[in-house]
Design a protein around this ligand. Structure first.
Ligand SMILES: Cc1cc2nc3c(=O)[nH]c(=O)nc-3n(C[C@H](O)[C@H](O)[C@H](O)COP(=O)(O)OP(=O)(O)OC[C@H]3O[C@@H](n4cnc5c(N)ncnc54)[C@H](O)[C@@H]3O)c2cc1C
Length: 632
């Protein structure tokens, strides 16, 4: 008997060797065939309203990239966006636009650097880091392929770790804060309108998963109150950003009672919840690119600009380096106001940790500081309007100020006396604030502004592997589900600036490409035979109606198109009306009013841009120029 079994085993092994076929492979194929049979049943159970090869949720940098890549691999793509038309683009649109880049021959050094950024965290794996940097080394050529003409590349290393010297940052058109990357991606999506359908005001609200096979077959999309079941034959890519605007998730995951985004308004953690519903494992949930301290804009529920902490530069207005200190709930200082943390992280005894905060927090300053500069570029001269609006609280004495903001007066008085003594001695023994920024707080009246923790973005979300596939709580791939961008970013420890936009391009490409590739493992017959696809709807910008003497013009600002109507009489510009724009409230409204008055007064579009709103100013000037060209 044993002899017979042995002979049988040898025959099986020889057969495998000769045919290149393995028992496990055969088993796998049987299972897949079974799965397909089962999912055929499942597909019949769902009432479908539309069908695509790939569905991408979220039209930020990651979603745009995934859609482009899937379309270029031959897929018919549906890109669904939650925001109204003109407000899409999440964080990507408002970001600094620096994109990570690395030369192919430097990848090993880059891996060394990224392992230092990972520190003692277990993730991302070495394979993940390699995949990220290998595809990242193509970022430059891919943006060129998309038609970006003028790309500047400069060295950029956020942390002084070995290998970091090979990291580069790319900017399209050489300027930060101009939305240049997002515009290029938007153009590329529009250029592919034959293969990418784009729906606005259509949030993804759930995934359609076969409960037996776990294959994700589609997305539930909400449009005008209706839930539409849209099939994705080959794959779904979640690119819905983080949970920057979900205060409950901020409390649950960040150990902060509140914190505010600097930009994205529609990122409320939807992708995280949808992924959880289909069994995804979450990672990096407590990691954010932040916090630093800023003033909250009550109109937008985001902060006014990037930062006031640290020296004046491309990121900070530098206000905190004037006669200003930050104090916590007990009226004492808790940080070095002259240094902007590295994406919210400070060197804590040789280890980079999120900046510890005391909340509520306040900036305390005096009359000299008030007159020194506008706190934010969009604020009024001398910050007078903001005092009137209640964003700045004023008092004649420190004691009175402390009482107004609910801080212990004795503590605050003592803290200011102590800080002023550091200014006299040119040394801050508490936090080592830079000598030249030690400016005494001694000229009444005194002021306080409430500061809130702010951050550029969250990093957490569903775990993904180096193929962009979403992983479940047991470590298995969730079939046909992918992700990209800051939703489940691979950054676990400290973060290399440019790495998030880098990740949009890198994982947008990986996931878009892989989602488009699953053709062999699915039923390819349409589920829409005898069914009419549902046509969604959203608000388009109103048509501009022109009277005689009026001319329409258009250009693109940071928030999308700026459309103007210019009224001409006897060759003179008599009126300019901005009929459509989506620029940031406050900064843009100031700029728009100023530029319009300036153009009319000087009868030229060559006027000075408003500081802090350069892109809006230039776009408005160009839109007027565009209208004037039509008068010729
Ligand atoms: C001020 C600022 C400056 C920054 N500067 C840089 C920088 O220079 N370099 C860098 O690398 N990173 C930078 N970042 C970080 C970077 O911008 C983001 O991490 C990155 O843009 C995230 O891209 P994303 O596509 O993943 O998400 P987002 O760009 O935020 O896009 C998400 C999209 O999904 C949509 N959405 C949300 N929910 C749904 C839903 N349920 N269904 C459909 N759509 C949905 C949103 O409306 C949005 O359009 C900056 C961030 C900020 C705020």
């Amino acid at each position: 008997m044993r002899k017979t079994l042995l002979i049988l085993l040898i025959v099986v092994i020889l057969t495998q060797i000769m045919t290149g076929f393995s028992l496990t492979q055969g088993l796998q194929e049987n299972i897949e065939q079974e799965d397909i049979d089962r999912n055929e049943e499942f597909l019949k159970e769902v009432e479908w309203h539309g069908e695509y090869d790939v569905i991408v949720a979220g039209y930020g940098g990651a979603g745009a990239t995934a859609s482009i890549e899937a379309a270029d691999k031959g897929a018919k793509v549906l890109l669904v966006e939650k925001a109204p038309k003109g407000e899409e683009g999440g964080n990507t649109r408002f970001a600094g636009q620096g994109v990570l880049s690395i030369d192919k021959e430097d990848i090993d050094k880059g891996i060394e650097y990224f392992k230092h950024l990972r520190g003692k965290f277990n993730t991302p794996s070495d394979e993940m880091i390699r995949a990220y940097l290998e595809v990242g080394s193509e970022n430059y050529s891919w943006l060129k392929y998309l038609g970006a003409e003028n790309i500047t590349v400069s060295p950029f290393q956020e942390y002084d770790y070995p290998g970091g010297e090979v990291m580069d940052s790319m900017l399209i058109d050489g300027e930060a804060w101009t939305s240049s990357l997002y515009r290029r991606l938007q153009d590329a999506v529009e250029e592919r309108s034959d293969s990418i359908d784009l729906w606005y005001e259509s949030p993804a609200v759930g995934l359609i998963q076969d409960p037996k096979t776990k294959i994700v077959h589609g997305v539930k999309v909400e449009n005008k109150g209706n839930i539409l079941n849209i099939r994705a034959k080959y794959g779904v890519v979640l690119c819905t950003g983080g949970f920057e605007n979900n205060q409950q998730m901020i409390q649950d995951y960040l150990q902060l009672p509140y914190a505010y985004s600097k930009a994205a308004r529609y990122n409320t953690g939807d992708g995280i919840k949808m992924a959880m519903e289909v069994g995804a494992n979450l990672w990096h949930m407590s990691n954010i690119a932040g916090p630093d301290l800023n003033v909250l804009n009550p109109e937008t529920n985001t902060t006014f600009a990037y930062a006031i902490q640290g020296r004046k530069d491309i990121l900070s207005t530098g206000f905190a380096t004037q006669n200003v200190i930050f104090v916590g709930a007990d009226g004492t200082r808790f940080t070095d106001e002259s240094v902007l943390p590295n994406h919210g992280h400070v060197d804590f005894h040789g280890s980079w940790r999120q900046m510890p905060l005391s909340l509520p927090a306040f900036a305390i300053f005096d009359e000299t500081a008030r007159l020194s500069q506008a706190v934010y570029p969009s604020w009024s001269e001398g910050n007078l309007e903001e005092i009137e609006k209640g964003l700045i609280i004023k008092a004649d004495t420190i004691k009175e100020l402390a009482e107004k903001i609910g801080v212990h007066p004795v503590n605050l008085q003592r803290q200011i006396r102590e800080y002023n003594s550091y200014c006299r001695n040119k040394k801050d023994p508490m936090f080592g604030r830079a000598k030249d920024t030690l400016k005494a707080i001694n000229k009444a009246p005194y002021y306080a502004m409430e500061l809130v923790p702010s951050f550029t973005n969250t990093q957490g979300g569903p775990e993904r592997n180096e193929k962009g596939q979403v992983i479940d709580v047991r470590g298995n791939v969730i079939p046909h589900l992918y992700s990209a961008g800051e939703l489940g970013s691979m950054f676990s420890g400290i973060y290399q600036g440019t790495g998030n936009l880098g990740e949009c391009v890198i994982f947008g490409r990986i996931s878009g490409r892989n989602a488009a590739k699953n053709k062999d493992t699915v039923i390819t017959e349409s589920v829409m035979v005898d069914r009419e696809p549902v046509i969604p709807s959203w608000q388009e910008a109103e048509e501009i109606v022109l009277q005689s003497g009026e001319f329409a013009g258009e250009d693109r600002g940071i928030g999308g198109p700026i459309k103007v109507k210019v009224n001409m009489k006897n060759d003179k510009i008599t009126d300019i009306e901005v009929v459509y724009h989506n620029e940031t409230k406050g900064v843009s409204t100031n700029a728009i009013d100023t530029i319009i008055s300036s153009i009319i007064e000087n009868q030229t579009t060559e006027v000075d841009a408003v500081s802090g709103a350069t892109v809006t100013s230039k776009a408005l000037m160009n839109a007027v120029k565009n209208a004037l060209e039509k008068t010729e």
